[in-house]
Design a protein around this ligand. Sequence first.
Ligand SMILES: NC(=O)c1ccc[n+]([C@@H]2O[C@H](COP(=O)([O-])OP(=O)(O)OC[C@H]3O[C@@H](n4cnc5c(N)ncnc54)[C@H](OP(=O)(O)O)[C@@H]3O)[C@@H](O)[C@H]2O)c1
Length: 332
Amino acid sequence: MITMAAVDSFHLLYGEISRSCSVYLEALALVGAWYAVRKCVSLAIDTYSMLRLHFIPKLVSKIDLVKQYGKWAVITGSTDGIGKAYAEELAKRGVNIILISRNKEKLEALSKSISETYKVETLFIVADFSKGREPYPAIKEALKDREIGILVNNVGIFYPYPDYFTSLSEDILWDMINVNIASANMMTHIVLPGMVEKKKGAIVNVSSASCCQPTPMLTAYGASKIYLDYFSRALQYEYASKGIVVQSLTPFVIATKMSSYSSITSKRSFFIPSAEEYASHAVSTLGLSTRTTGYWRHAIMFTLGEHLPEWIWAWFAMYFYRSVRKEALNAK
Ligand SMILES: NC(=O)c1ccc[n+]([C@@H]2O[C@H](COP(=O)([O-])OP(=O)(O)OC[C@H]3O[C@@H](n4cnc5c(N)ncnc54)[C@H](OP(=O)(O)O)[C@@H]3O)[C@@H](O)[C@H]2O)c1
């Protein structure tokens, strides 16, 4: 008897609670439905943007970069890796090329090879961006009276391998500031007035996906890259109405000399393109997106990275780069 009474009162209580909760449950169901619709719409928009940016330009005829931006492109850090591949990709599209790096012999050879292969005019400037204010007067003089349509602020340095901040030398820290940050400011300051006068031009700043979230073990490098990202985005707001396109490129790892510090990052793979593959994709996004990784596989990784809680991103970076550091130290 007692048990049955207990069961009856439980049913009664349950019925009462369900009745009074049904309003809340309906409200919760509405919130859930709204959230699901928002997520679906945003996924559909992201998928469309990715197709528009990374696949459709490969299918339709390519934009005439000379007509759109101007006759000449200046690429900093252009004798190796991404800079070299960018120079070749732009030359392939009929743009005359001005190469800037430190090594005269490499510059001479590449300049000759680009002009012979792609039948465009080429020039080169020997400059070391780690030397503070020193290289800019000569660069300004050499670029005077040229119709610069595209500036690719590509030059950048990295550490010998990922490391703790206090293990970095003072020289590396100053070089990082001069090469990764100051060069983009000064080159843009030299070239942008001419673009504004002609009401057309494009500035591409090669940042990095390490700016996606704070990246430990790459602290100074990552910070220099978020500088470039913010620099590009703010500049775009200032100059878009004057006909200038400013693009922030935020790639993940690309197989170049810079990424040769580890056996994982030095080899081409599904997520690690060669510099040539990367440049061919990234150049086709110019004028279509002001902030992109430049490569669709990296775009997937970047979207995931941006949505991770910061502590997971930082934990993963610590774990991965500490093991890469260990590998580099063992190989010494
Ligand atoms: N590789 C990656 O995984 C990756 C990922 C994200 C972003 N990025 C960024 O992409 C850019 C290019 O990287 P990369 O991998 O192509 O580098 P890289 O293969 O090391 O090439 C660097 C280029 O810069 C030149 N250079 C280096 N120091 C210089 C200086 N002080 N003054 C003038 N030129 C200098 C080098 O030529 P000389 O030695 O002949 O001067 C070379 O042509 C960098 O800004 C980097 O941060 C790279």
